[in-house]
Design a protein around this ligand. Structure first.
Ligand SMILES: [Zn+2]
Length: 275
């Protein structure tokens, strides 16, 4: 039998433990109750550029593809060279392309134009001028169609007809082919190879086709830009034309050289052979 004093001590200790447990439970409950409110009170992030969907950057399985030392498809150039390529898709547009060419001449920049065959037939003299001024002309199909939705025969026709239009316009067979939207399959690789053309994708797509403000196009272009960047722009976009002098100046200041797609591919092949 316990003495009354000992019994009182045990009761007091048990009460204290109980109170501590109770306080701990209350503190825990309070923390849990506050948690969602703390998250809700976090101010929304503002001024943060929305990262474009991955598809904009990597169309399908876009990679540099090799057959021995020959580059079959170009996505990014040599990461050890301080160079980029400017590409302009979906032209020619007689009046607009002329303004773009004037700008590139003033800036002493050589670029690559991925032209659409049926537009080439409407403005062959513009394509001749592109070549005369030292730029590269690439094939972008005849009707600007999604090649994944076509049969092998239709896809081959899209590429070969555009190639024929370009040759009629400027006397040069295009060595680069860019599938509209980047949609491609083995059929596309094979059809391009049949025309002696390399499949070209891109690394940087600022989405200028949607006509955002010039500074938005510039910021998106620079976001992930680096050595060997292949920049996708569009012929016929006013905001792109307005943005270009600033982009060119910035890239020059950062030490980049401007090359055409075929030059970029050649440099890549040279460094590949050296490995
Ligand atoms: Zn296009």
């Amino acid at each position: 039998m316990l003495k009354p004093g000992v019994c009182r001590g045990i009761i007091i200790r048990r009460c204290l433990i109980g109170v501590i447990w109770l306080l701990a439970l209350l503190a825990g409950a309070r923390t849990l109750a506050q948690l969602p409110r703390r998250i809700d009170r976090t101010p929304p992030a503002t001024g943060v550029a929305v990262k474009p969907p991955l598809l904009w950057v990597l169309p399908g399985e876009a990679i540099n593809r090799w057959q021995g030392t020959r580059l079959l498809s170009l996505w990014r150039g040599d990461v050890n060279r301080r160079e980029v390529t400017l590409t302009f898709d979906d032209g020619p547009h007689p009046a607009f392309t002329a303004r773009l060419l004037d700008l590139l001449k003033r800036e002493k920049v050589k670029a690559t134009f991925f032209v659409v065959g049926k537009k080439v037939d409407e403005a062959p003299e513009t394509v001749a001028r592109i070549v005369r001024e030292g730029h590269e002309v690439g094939n972008h199909t005849y009707n600007h169609v999604n090649l994944d939705k076509l049969s092998r025969e239709q896809a081959e026709k899209e590429i070969s007809h555009a190639s024929a239009s370009i040759q009629r316009a400027c006397g040069i067979k295009p060595l680069s082919f860019r599938p509209p939207g980047g949609h491609h399959s083995e059929i596309v690789y094979q059809a391009a190879a049949k025309q002696g053309a390399r499949v070209v994708f891109w690394t940087d797509d600022p989405g200028d086709f949607a006509k955002p403000a010039p500074d938005v196009i510039m910021a998106r272009t620079l976001k992930d830009l680096g050595n060997g960047s292949d920049i996708l722009l569009h012929d016929g976009i006013e905001q792109t034309l307005q943005m270009l002098p600033a982009l060119i100046a910035r890239l020059r200041r950062d030490g980049y050289q401007f090359v055409t797609v075929s030059e970029m591919a050649r440099h890549l092949e040279t460094s590949h052979r050296g490995k």
